[in-house]
Design a protein around this ligand. Structure first.
Ligand code: DNO
Length: 405
């Protein structure tokens, strides 16, 4: 396993030296200052790469080159934007950076409703609460027909929740959903968000899938010969929200995507935390099935709220389940089992897969010094150390050492 760490660039409060001390050998980074749809300049790539290398690390993965909305919508000009996207990837490949993570979620990247959810031990984590999401959708965004999307029990609770929000809580909820979490390349006003949603009217999952297929058909032939490996990140959360289609959520979705271009370069990011929110995603089976197409892993864990039987009956019709980010070995996903599958995959294929520890809990000095939501230094360091422990134990028990660092 290749141990990597997300670094948001020189502005990141967690430094490259911190990442190295935490035990990373590789860095996951992006040129967040380059506007979406613009080709990443070679000189900026060179500069970022040298910063990383001067710290004794390697720029292993790009996360992400953002996919402009016009590509997802298949609207006028999408071809030029896809070519610009491919050109950024070509510029990176010229400097030896060939693993590219991206996502195809309409408008929003990953979404949570609370950024600093306090846990019993005093640590903090991110939380996605379906009641808060519905309250926002119905009463703040006031999306047309939103009431049709939720079951009666959730509607009642969302109405009560919306009435109980004071101004500060209301502003925090808007900001959490629309301002964009770290790594999201866009943020929106309420008005802007409504307008963006309207652009997706009538597209549906089939339309979005068709646009993903045409994007891949355009960029893959330009990139595969250069050794570029695309790694599509799953939807987070893995279901439609705000009436927007999402097509990277289930095993069936991933099968369709792999078939769009039957080439190893058309690959996936296996994000345990995103896929793991759905009970119908059998993670070990999915990792086995899609292993040859997995070029990058996000190892983090989530814990779904335990539901009453009444809620369970409604869950699939509504906003899905509420969940929070768990410590890496403590959520619903069996991390040790997944790491054992990764180690086996590496042994049988001879590949070394990059992974990064993601999210986890904010702990100790994270709480005193502040952190980017989802990117605490100590919480990720703990997750990475725990995963390293599992890998070492497994490799020792197989009588072989893997390429750990
Ligand atoms: C959250 C991240 C996402 C991810 C993008 C990939 O922590 O996993 O922001 O980077 O969706 O394009």
């Amino acid at each position: 396993m290749h141990y990597t760490w997300r670094w948001f660039g020189p502005e990141d409060p967690v430094s490259l030296a911190d990442a190295r001390q935490a035990g990373a050998a590789g860095i996951v980074s992006a040129l967040h200052h380059v506007p979406n749809g613009t080709v990443w300049p070679l000189e900026d790539i060179v500069q970022r790469k040298s910063l990383i290398e001067d710290a004794g690390l390697r720029w292993s993965v790009v996360e992400s080159i953002a996919v402009p909305e016009a590509i997802k919508l298949g609207s006028d000009g999408w071809e030029d934007l896809a070519d610009a996207w491919a050109q950024s990837a070509r510029n990176l490949a010229q400097h030896g950076i060939t693993t590219i993570c991206y996502n195809f979620m309409p408008i929003l990247d990953w979404t949570r409703t609370r950024l600093r959810h306090r846990l019993a031990d005093g640590a903090e984590c991110l939380r996605f609460d379906r009641v808060d999401l519905a309250a926002f959708d119905l009463h703040i965004l006031q999306r047309p027909n939103a009431r049709l999307a939720y079951g009666p029990a959730l509607l009642d609770r969302a109405d009560i929740r919306a009435r109980s929000l004071d101004d500060t809580e209301r502003a925090a909820l808007i900001n959490t959903i629309l301002a964009g979490l770290p790594g999201s390349e866009e943020s929106y006003s309420l008005e802007g968000f409504r307008a963006q949603i309207a652009r997706y009217d009538g597209l549906g999952a089939d339309g979005l899938r068709r646009n993903l297929a045409q994007f891949l058909a355009r960029v893959l032939p330009q990139l595969a010969p250069l050794g570029v490996k695309l790694a599509l990140h799953p939807d987070d959360p893995p279901r439609p929200i705000f009436g927007l289609p999402r097509v990277v959520s289930t095993a069936q979705d991933l099968r369709k995507i792999c078939a769009m271009q039957d080439h190893p370069a058309n690959g996936l990011t296996f994000c345990v935390g995103s896929l793991g929110v759905r009970t119908d995603n059998d993670l070990p089976a999915m990792l086995q099935e899609f292993g040859p197409r997995v070029h990058f892993l996000h190892l983090r864990n989530t814990r779904r709220d335990r539901l009453s039987p009444e809620d369970t009956a409604q869950v699939d019709a509504i906003a899905g389940e509420s969940f929070e980010e768990a410590a890496h070995l403590e959520g619903d996903a069996d991390m040790a089992r997944l790491v054992s599958i990764i180690v086996k995959l590496e042994q049988t294929s001879g590949r070394t897969l990059p992974f990064r520890p993601d999210h986890g809990h904010a702990l100790l000095s994270d709480l005193r010094q502040g952190y980017r939501p989802g990117y605490p230094a100590i919480g990720r360091l703990r997750g990475m150390a725990e995963i390293r422990g599992i890998e070492h134990a497994l490799v020792a028990s197989y009588g072989q050492r893997g390429d750990t660092v």
